[in-house]
Each structure stands twice: as C-alpha cells, then as structure tokens.
Design a protein around this ligand. Structure first.
Ligand SMILES: C[S@@+](CC[C@H](N)C(=O)[O-])C[C@H]1O[C@@H](n2cnc3c(N)ncnc32)[C@H](O)[C@@H]1O
Length: 193
C-alpha cells in the first residue's frame, strides 16, 4: 500500500465516513445491516455513527469478516455482529427490525434473480421507515463489470423500485472504493406503503 492510499483510507475512517453516513440519515441508536461488508471500510464508521445501536456485518468471506473483527477490536467497537452469509441469500434477521441496510459495491456479484431475492429479504427486515442505501458500483457508466455491466443507474433504480421501494435520493458522492476515494452515485430508498 503506498502512502496516498493509506491516507485516503485513514482520512475516510477518521471522520469523513461518519459525515457521509449522517448525510444519508444514519443516527445514533440505529440497527444496521451491511450486506457484503468485506473488511469493513463502511462497517467500522457505520458502527461509530450508530453509537449505542448495532451493525450486523454479513459476508460470505470468513477471512474478510475476521479482518473486520480485528479492526473492530483495535478500535474498541463492541457493536458489530459478524454474520457468515448462508449462501441462499436469506438474511435470517427479524422482520422489520433494521433501520438501515447497505448494499455497497455488491450488486454486480448477483444476477437478476439473486438481486430480486436480496431486495425481498431487505424489504422484510427493514422497518417501515427504514432506509435502503445502495452504491451500485460497476454499472454501465462506472467501470462496468459482471452482472451490472449493461445496466445504467436508472435501470438499477427501476429494478429496486419494482421490489417495493421508492427512490428518496440520488446523489453523486465521494466515497471509498477498495482503499481509494472514488466518486459514484449513492441511492437511498424507502419502503412503499
Ligand atoms: C467489492 S466487495 C465490497 C465490500 C464493501 N461493501 C465495500 O464496499 O467496501 C464485495 C463483498 O461482497 C461479498 N459478497 C459477494 N457476494 C456475496 C453474497 N452472495 N453473500 C454475501 N457476501 C457476498 C464479497 O465476499 C466481498 O467481501
């Protein structure tokens, strides 16, 4: 890792990420789910932002979860619950128990059918006034890759709205991608009805 990369990530984790989360509506005491959390570049600042609340950190990669929990320990964070993803895209959290769900840089891993499964699961676990926040990296206009390579952001919005959500905000934001700052669309959705 070169110095510039280290400083991007440090700068993000030191405070910028918490401003980012407050801007999308995350508050103290909330219960959150970071699905496809990786090593936790979002999970760790999210856990600080929800102080007094809880973050469920779910991933299929056990090594990434172990690294995340080492970071959590070194930061003195006790409100992150690591969950190994089951592989069937079931979340196994209580219905309407979660205030905010992150789907960040993960949708390109899933085909249309699997994306629909995860939207339906997210719909079930989110409270009626909960927030679904999506960073659809690797869409057609942002380093296209795998399952999102032919979808532009408007098609992704349409797909998520088709699963019972309404778009609340669409904003270009500076955020972390891997270990570097990047700029991309961040979408927030609420549940219909
Ligand atoms: C590109 S990383 C993004 C990590 C993190 N969300 C971020 O933005 O920094 C994608 C993560 O999703 C995980 N992942 C991919 N498919 C998954 C699935 N079906 N269930 C759970 N985790 C998955 C991968 O193991 C990886 O850690």
């Amino acid at each position: 890792m070169n110095e510039a990369v280290t400083s991007d990530l440090e700068n993000w984790l030191k405070g910028k990420a918490q401003v980012f989360f407050k801007n999308i509506g995350v508050r103290k005491g909330m219960h959150a789910l970071d699905f496809g959390c990786g090593v936790g570049h979002y999970t760790v600042p999210l856990a600080k932002t929800v102080e007094g609340g809880k973050v469920y950190a779910m991933d299929e990669d056990e090594k990434a979860l172990a690294q995340l929990m080492q970071t959590a320990e070194s930061e003195g964070l006790t409100n992150i619950v690591p969950l190994k993803a089951s592989g069937d895209l079931r979340l196994r959290l209580g219905d309407e128990s979660i205030d905010v769900v992150l789907l960040y840089d993960i949708l390109h891993f899933m085909n249309r059918e699997d994306r629909r499964k995860i939207y339906d699961e997210v719909y079930s676990v989110l409270k009626s006034d909960g927030i679904l926040s999506v960073y659809p990296k690797h869409n057609k206009s942002d380093h296209p890759l795998w399952n999102l390579k032919d979808m532009d952001v408007s098609a992704i919005i349409e797909e998520i709205e088709g699963a019972g959500f309404s778009l609340q905000t669409k904003a270009r934001r500076q955020l972390m991608h891997n270990d570097n700052y990047d700029e991309g669309f961040v979408l927030t959705f609420g549940k219909n009805g």
